[in-house]
Design a protein. Structure first.
Length: 235
């Protein structure tokens, strides 16, 4: 906390922050974290949002003042731009990108939208629609990463030599971990079989073996075959 507070030096809240920092100094009189480490971002592939300040400011205004907006949004997976009316609820970061969780009245659901895919935002001051309650943690139960899907029970085994990478780590809110007598770990979780989840599993393909469900094993098998075809050449 001390290291974070020092990063506010020179801002409009400097005096307030200094009073709190002086209190904390009496409790913890040593610097364990350097303030520069707060900016040491190792999030490889982080998106540069320098040109997106107008978009981000409008989203913040919409969230804080609960203003409906009409946006032009390019869904890259579908390859087309659409006009959508939404109510942004919260922002979050994931894998180097900023996202906003937005309620879409047309579909009566909350979705994740990448901020870099917004091209325009217009306030809809006269628009009226019912707005349901929103709980971020409840919303994440139906996701692994940002993609939504029907949660399925997944079970995979972690090889003994890689168990220390998975032990005591939180991968999903539904996970259950069992340590076998032979040193391997068995992890169960209830997650959607989304693109994000399959990509995460494949990033650990040398360390884990998926046990079930069969449809997930089939998807992984097909993905690996497609990857092999891309490199199908004679050496």
């Amino acid at each position: 906390l001390k290291a974070h507070l020092k990063t506010f030096s020179g801002t409009v809240i400097q005096e307030d922050v200094e009073r709190l920092a002086n209190k904390i100094e009496k409790i913890a009189p040593f610097d364990v974290f350097d303030e520069q480490s707060m900016y040491w971002d190792q999030n490889i592939g982080q998106f540069d949002y320098t040109q997106f300040d107008p978009i981000i400011r409008k989203l913040i205004k919409s969230i804080t003042e609960q203003i409906w907006i009409q946006v032009s949004y390019d869904s890259l997976s579908k390859g087309n731009e659409k006009e959508i009316i939404i109510m942004p609820r919260r922002m979050f970061s994931y894998a180097g990108s900023l996202y906003v969780v937005a309620y879409v009245p047309k579909h009566s659901s909350h979705i994740a939208m990448a901020i870099q895919n917004f091209s325009s935002i217009n306030y809809m001051d006269k628009y009226k629609a019912d707005l349901p309650n929103f709980d971020f943690l409840e919303w994440t139960k139906f996701r692994f990463g940002v993609f939504w899907g029907e949660p399925k029970k997944v079970m995979f085994e972690v090889k003994k030599e890689f168990a220390h990478y998975f032990r005591n780590r939180k991968w999903h809110s539904t996970q259950k971990l069992t340590e076998e007598d032979n040193g391997t770990l068995v992890i169960e979780m209830k997650v959607p079989l989304s693109t994000d989840f399959i990509a995460w599993l494949l990033s650990w393909n040398h360390a884990i073996v998926v046990l079930k469900p069969a449809e997930l094993i089939k998807s992984i098998h097909e993905t690996l075959l497609d990857n092999l075809r891309q490199y199908d050449t004679n050496f």
